[in-house]
Design a protein around this ligand. Structure first.
Ligand code: NAI
Length: 298
């Protein structure tokens, strides 16, 4: 089976560099018409220009693919909507949205300004919501859609100095968890990627040996699969990097059950290790499943 994207239109945000570029090149090489979105600028989101997006569009066209550039920021609702307009004007519709755009403004929380906090949340979380919101009516009307949000092990597991970034990166997972349910009956599949790759964003954080193994192209097959018709999974988090692919899942401990009387603080204090022990654990797919289990004590 060869996975193809003929007659599919894909938007890849932040596709001028790193992972987004690799995703765009792979999708285009398999027949997708790609909107290469990127306003340019540095890792911290400062500056801008057309060169990053234009270069990737040129690469796609040189390889025989179809692509159009868009230079709008995902971080404002109006400019994000314009990314969709580019897709519709150039290719008539949209089928695939890869929310990949990202910035870093790392500092310990103590030293972080609220402006740096807000900016990072805006690009990663609100940017994902704005672009997806603009695409949603089209996907819903055509009863087809594949959406990827880009999370991070920083949000899932924690990285020192990334309270803004980590918070925003887990926010997109919460966002996906709701849209997975809302999109299911419209054949809109939505998944989260937790990539690990050597890009300008990570080059200062990793050793040269790690960087050599972490080619962005090694992540993109996961994204392309999640964007394919063949993908029938929705609402999962997928780690991908250096040729390793693995699903990440939350689990909830069996915990402690107090029945027939009101629980006390001491019940919690005396049993905190049991409450924390996930050696026997459960996995819930919706908040309703968890509430039902808690209420029934099962
Ligand atoms: P990168 O810096 O090479 O690429 C990010 C791209 O997003 C840049 O081209 C940038 O111009 C663009 N961008 C920034 N602000 C934008 C905005 N407002 N609107 C549209 N585009 C904008 O970094 P990399 O590593 O390729 O990151 C891609 C995504 O993967 C990001 O969301 C990042 O947080 C995420 N990620 C990367 C990891 C890694 O190991 N490289 C690890 C975990 C997550």
């Amino acid at each position: 089976m060869t996975i193809r994207f003929d007659n599919r239109v894909a938007i890849v945000t932040g596709a001028g560099n790193g992972l987004g570029r690799a995703h765009a090149l792979l999708l285009a090489s398999r027949g997708a018409k790609v909107v290469v979105n990127d306003p340019g600028g540095a890792v911290d989101g400062k500056g801008g220009g057309h060169a990053a997006a234009d270069k990737v569009v040129d690469e796609i066209k040189a390889a025989g693919g179809q692509a159009v550039a868009n230079y709008d920021s995902v971080a404002e609702a109006a400019t994000a909507a314009n990314i969709l307009k580019t897709a519709v004007d150039a290719f008539g519709t949209v089928d695939i949205v890869v929310n990949n755009a990202g910035v870093l403004r790392d500092k310990t929380f103590h030293n972080m300004t609220t402006e740096d906090f807000e900016f990072v949340v805006k690009v990663h979380f609100l940017g994902t919501a704005y672009v997806t919101h603009a695409a949603w009516p089209i996907l819903r009307a055509k009863a087809y859609g594949r959406i990827v949000v880009t999370s991070s092990n920083s949000g899932i597991y924690g990285t020192f100095g990334q309270s803004n970034y980590g918070g925003a990166k887990l926010a997109v997972v919460g966002f996906m968890n709701a849209l997975r349910l809302e999109g299911q009956k419209y054949n809109i599949m939505m998944n989260a990627l937790a990539p690990i790759a050597a890009t300008r964003m990570t080059e200062s954080l990793m050793t040269p040996e790690a960087l050599a193994k972490l080619r962005p192209e090694f992540v993109s097959p996961m994204v392309a699969y999640l964007c394919s018709e063949q993908c029938q999974r929705t609402g999962d988090i997928w780690s991908a990097g250096a040729g390793t692919f693995a699903r990440i899942e939350y689990r909830e401990a069996e915990g402690l059950r107090i029945d027939g009387r009101a629980p006390t603080i001491e019940d919690v204090a005396d049993n905190v290790e049991k409450i924390a022990d996930v050696s026997a654990s459960r996995v819930f797919r919706t908040s309703g499943e968890e509430v039902a289990a808690v209420v029934s004590g099962s």
